[in-house]
Design a protein around this ligand. Structure first.
Ligand code: ZN
Ligand code: ZN
Length: 425
């Protein structure tokens, strides 16, 4: 066995069976300690140290180089070139997949990750309330049966030459005088998979990709009163992942389609209610009759107040479904009135067009409509109540804690008493 010219393990102050994480951690600590910028009084020495540490890490963090070094004590890795300056520490650690304050380095070397795919389904407001059946037609990459997903004729997965199977490539760029940036980017050659069929050995059907374009078709039932922010998950039907030999899960998200005059904000339904000026003023229609988008009919009590143009009123509990609750319905009133002055005939016509009360009044559910100010006050009240409850809970916990401490103290005192009671000879 050759004598290594440099003992990289000793340089990183680790032993020979250190794990990948130990190596990273050692490098991180030492690079921090010996970074030339951190040693202005001892810069020359620090530069030499820092270069050595970087060189050692360059070899020991590379699987192939490390193996060679461990076996033969030699390596073909040169010290990194810092002629244009030393990298900023945070940049350096970010390129290794660790933030400056992260003690647990996270592995960004190719670790198979359970992946998921997202798809969006359009759904109307009415469909949310009634439920519906949606036909899914989602493009996916499915496993190529001919090569069983390997991408090669002989069905053997070969490591990508470009990234050496890691799926990621480290790129060093000079981004200014005396400043380099190390960046780890997904490998474009193998599409991050880490595998790429050898030249000439590619599968003729998928052309070496291991997957072919396909569609996931299915009908899904959307239950009535679904939470529009919910994500539905369909397991193992999405893009094929050669690494894990599984298909990704598909997450379905809703895209709400709101008809004109309707909006949704935080489970509240906001409706621009165009009201004929005559209806708003008429005393014999104390109720406002409304066909809600949820399919029901409501009569809102107006408390005999005139509804003014641009008034905002609220009906609680008639908004969007949210678990077992509902948001609120917020009505923005807008007057409908003639754009020109009317003759008596035209005036009579205009008044007659106004909706007023429908014939089958009893099919309408009576609901209370409150002023925006009142609504805000109620909300404020609710918040305070919740806070109060939380506070009480907190206090209760605190009391329990104190009791516990008290018991603990008593216990200690008791023990002390006992000790004092029988002095050691
Ligand atoms: Zn690659
Ligand atoms: Zn194939």
């Amino acid at each position: 066995m050759n004598n290594p010219s440099k003992d990289y393990y000793a340089i990183l102050e680790i032993n020979r069976n250190a794990s990948t994480n130990d190596i990273k951690k050692a490098y991180r600590d030492l690079a921090k300690k010996w970074h030339p910028d951190k040693n202005p009084d001892n810069r020359e020495n620090a530069e030499i140290k820092f270069k050595l540490i970087a060189e050692a890490y360059g070899v020991l963090s590379d699987e192939e180089k490390k193996q060679k070094y461990d076996q033969f004590g030699i390596c073909d890795g040169d010290a990194p070139n810092f002629s244009s300056g030393f990298p900023d520490l945070s940049e350096l650690f970010a390129s290794m997949g660790m933030g400056p304050n992260m003690h647990q380095p996270h592995q960004h070397q190719h670790q198979p990750q359970p992946q998921h795919q997202e798809a969006v389904i359009d759904i109307t407001l009415a469909e949310i309330f009634t439920g519906c059946v949606k036909k899914l037609d989602i493009p996916i990459n499915k496993c190529c049966d001919t090569c069983t997903g390997t991408g090669s004729k002989n069905k053997i997965k070969s490591k990508c030459e470009s990234c050496k199977g890691s799926g990621m490539k480290t790129v060093v760029r000079q981004i200014g005088p005396g400043f380099i940036q190390q960046q780890t980017l997904p490998c474009g050659v193998c599409n991050q998979s880490g595998y790429k069929a050898d030249k000439g050995n590619e599968c003729g059907i998928c052309l070496g990709k291991g997957t072919i374009k396909d569609k996931f078709l299915r009908e899904v039932n959307i239950n009535s009163a679904m939470d529009y922010t919910a994500q539905l998950c369909i397991r193992n039907v999405g893009n094929y992942n050669a690494d894990m030999a599984t298909n990704a899960d598909i997450y379905l998200k809703f895209n709400l389609i709101c008809p004109d005059g309707w909006k949704v904000e935080n489970y509240n339904l906001i409706h621009t209610y165009k009201i004929n000026i005559c209806d708003a003023l008429m005393i014999d229609t104390p109720h406002l009759y409304h066909n809600h988008i949820n399919g029901n009919k409501y009569a809102f009590a107006t408390k005999n107040n005139v509804i003014k143009d641009k008034d905002i009123k609220v009906v609680k509990g008639l908004g969007m479904p949210n678990d077992d609750k509902y948001g609120d319905l917020i009505l923005l009133f807008e007057y409908i009135y003639p754009q020109t002055q009317l003759s008596m005939d035209e005036y009579n016509k205009f008044v007659n067009v106004s909706v007023s009360a429908p014939k089958n009044k009893d099919t309408y559910k009576l609901s209370e409509m409150i002023e925006l100010d009142e609504y805000k006050q109620q909300k404020q009240h609710q918040k305070q109540h919740q806070k109060h409850q939380q506070h009480q809970q907190h206090q209760h916990q605190h009391q329990q804690h104190q009791q516990h401490q008290h018991q603990h103290q008593q216990h200690q005192q008791h023990q002390q008493h006992q000790q004092q009671g029988c002095p050691v000879q």
